[in-house]
Design a protein around this ligand. Structure first.
Ligand SMILES: Nc1ncnc2c1ncn2[C@@H]1O[C@H](COP(=O)(O)OP(=O)(O)OP(=O)(O)O)[C@@H](O)[C@H]1O
Length: 630
């Protein structure tokens, strides 16, 4: 993974322009893939995406934010009243005590105590309000990331990877949490106290106040330099964390091939390197902070020393009251004391800002396969008509990161036909299936279902019309029954069992420890590859789509398993239009029609018998398969 770069001029500015569909110009098979902006961790987003995200997150809390601001203003006023009271005590109350009048000093002491109490009460109130805001914001943000990631098209997920998404939802949200719960209150407190103190110093003695204001200039430069440099360091760090998470999830998701190919050692070495890169990025961030702390302390100490010296001479010369100098020194200490921590707060602020930038980039992405604004309903199916007609009308397709996979492609599948698509690996079979399932939109042309373009169908109609059973036959955590019910969320237990019986899965499910209620991820709930496919078929049967696409599993099953799957396949295909991406030639025998693909084109098309009797590519494949059975 490349390291994060600050938004550079090479990145497209407007993701919306990329959101209308895979507009990449087809470059001809084998054309060089264009550089993918997704290789960078910071996704291209409009300039104000970060601010807009923040605004929308805080929008629901406007009143609470005002309350928090007022509480903090009053609390800081109470805190900063202390040195003023000390100055009054030294210059007025103590001389009065010498004359036997104690009222002023007692009033000062009571005032000091009152301010302390008031500031404590207000601070507690403020912390509660701020906690409610920050918790709500974090929950909202995590929810948005999940919802948005789910809504983005397959094209996005293939390019962005799940590891990066996990990094966004965990470590990036965590750094924002750190700022909101630990740093923000203090950061605002420090800034607010600086404003109060400057005003009070100017009020107490305008010349000392002005000298303090002058010291803000080098301090401001130090902060700006630190902010600029640490932003780069934090971006790098957040990218490095994401790279560690990506490697981790990739390895654990692919643990089987890792074991099979003894990839443990090279993986370990690659992981160590990523860990070291993270360590270096972290080290850079810490170093930046160290530079800032040393620089800002120096400025603070020089300022305090100069003001004390100058003030002392003025007190000695009678030009300044002692109490005023004491109050000024107290204020200066209050001003500069949190300067180290200001570095830390700015640190977490920078880290959170870098994270927010990445999250805003993610949330600014638009689905490349959007739901239509004005969906067209599917025409009613005539009673007894099996499935729906599918037409590929002058379709062309290129993946965004590759050359053209389907050069102008036309195909008509009559309703109810079972079509097997065969061809060499990389011929474009799965691409054809994915276009029919509308995982992608064609670069050119249309895919029509009973005459309605897929892009005009509402998602509900589309999912009811076309269902794809993919190779992995993925099972979600939950029970076997839950997994079948996904096909039809309001299905009754009877319907679930009927579907399983029809598919031939009922017996093996009953034999599981808790039958239909067996948790598929728990011990004892382990089910074989063939059984997983049966569950996926039962799910598809329950969904009862007009068009079913099977991207057949390439892994070979044992003979009884294969037979069970073949039987289930016949059941699930019955009464609908079906497209099978066939990896096993045994499957082809079920089909009414076979399409042979090569380089994104259909080179043979006919019934299995006709193609076998012809002297074409399929006949050769079939002969080779028959020979392998002998
Ligand atoms: N997500 C993707 N991004 C870029 N190129 C892709 C993507 N998926 C597939 N391709 C390319 O498109 C071409 C067709 O791939 P496709 O998966 O459709 O072939 P296939 O016939 O189904 O192959 P197989 O039998 O191996 O599954 C291949 O050259 C492949 O490299």
């Amino acid at each position: 993974m490349t390291s994060a770069a600050p938004s550079t001029a090479t990145e497209p500015e407007d993701p919306a322009a990329r959101g209308a569909g895979p507009e990449g110009q087809p470059g001809g098979a084998g054309a060089l893939a264009p550089a993918d902006p997704f290789d960078k961790d910071v996704l291209p987003a409009p300039k104000n995406a970060q601010r807009a995200l923040l605004r929308s997150l805080l929008h629901a809390h406007t009143r609470r934010l005002w309350l928090a601001a007022v509480l903090l203003l009053i609390q800081q006023a109470a805190v900063q009243a202390g040195p003023l009271l000390v100055a009054y005590a030294i210059d007025h109350a103590i001389p009065q005590v010498r004359e036997g009048r104690h009222g002023a000093l007692i009033a000062v002491a009571a005032g000091y105590l009152g301010c302390g109490l008031l500031s404590g009460i207000l601070q507690r109130w403020f912390i509660r309000v701020a906690a409610v805001i920050s918790q709500d914001v974090l929950i909202d943000l995590r929810g948005r990331i999940f919802r948005h990631a789910q809504s983005l098209s397959l094209d996005f997920h293939e390019r962005y990877t799940s590891g990066r998404l996990i990094a966004r939802a965990t470590s990036d949200v965590e750094s924002i949490r750190e700022l909101l719960t630990d740093g923000l209150e203090e950061l605002i407190g420090v800034v607010l106290s600086a404003v109060y103190i400057t005003a009070l110093l100017l009020f107490l003695d305008w010349r000392l106040g002005l000298a303090t204001v002058v010291s803000y200039l080098p301090l401001h430069v130090a902060i700006r330099v630190y902010q600029r440099r640490s932003m780069v360091a934090y971006r790098k760090r957040s990218t490095a964390v994401a790279a560690v998470i990506v490697k981790f999830t990739e390895t654990m998701n692919g643990i089987r091939p890792v074991k099979a190919f003894r990839r443990e050692e090279p993986n370990d070495a690659a992981f160590q390197e990523l860990n070291r890169r993270h360590e270096r990025a972290n080290g850079d961030a810490i170093l930046e902070m160290a530079r800032y702390v040393v620089g800002s302390r120096l400025i603070a100490n020089v300022t305090i020393a100069a003001i004390v010296l100058w003030g002392a001479y003025r007190v000695a010369g009678g030009g300044l009251a002692l109490g005023v100098l004491a109050a000024c020194v107290l204020y200066l200490r209050r001003l500069y004391d949190p300067i180290d921590r200001l570095g830390m707060f700015l640190n977490s602020y920078q880290s959170a800002a870098a994270s927010l930038e990445k999250i805003a980039g993610l949330l600014a992405q638009r689905p490349t396969v959007p739901e239509p604004e004005h969906p067209v309903p599917l025409p009613e199916r005539a009673a007894g008509r099996p499935g729906r007609e599918v037409v590929f009308d002058a379709v062309r397709f290129a993946y965004r990161t590759g050359g053209e996979v389907l050069p102008t492609f036309g195909l008509r599948l009559p309703a109810g036909q079972t079509v097997a698509v065969v061809g060499a690996t990389g011929a474009g079979k799965s691409t054809l299936a994915k276009l029919l399932a509308r995982f992608y939109d064609p670069t050119d042309g249309r895919v029509l279902l009973d005459g309605v373009p897929l892009r005009d169908l509402s998602l509900t109609d589309l999912r009811r019309g076309v269902v794809m059973v993919t190779q992995e036959a993925f099972l979600f955590s939950g029970t076997v029954a839950d997994n079948i019910t996904i096909g039809k969320p309001d299905a009754t237990r009877e319907e679930v069992e009927e579907a399983a019986k029809a598919i031939g899965a009922h017996e093996f499910i009953l034999a599981l420890p808790d039958g239909y209620d067996t948790d598929v991820r728990k011990r004892g709930g382990r089910i074989s590859a063939g059984q997983r496919q049966l569950v996926a078929f039962a799910r598809a049967l329950l969904a009862d789509p007009a068009v079913l696409i099977l991207d057949e599993a390439t892994s070979s099953l044992d003979v009884p398993g294969e037979r069970a799957v073949q039987h289930a396949m016949r059941t699930v295909l019955n009464g609908r239009t079906a497209v099978i991406v066939a990896h096993r030639l045994s499957t082809v025998e079920i089909a009414d029609r076979v399409l042979v693909m090569r380089d994104g084109r259909i080179v043979e098309d006919g019934t299995p018998d006709r193609l076998i009797s012809d002297d074409g590519h399929f006949a050769g494949l079939h002969q080779a398969w028959r020979d392998s059975l002998v």
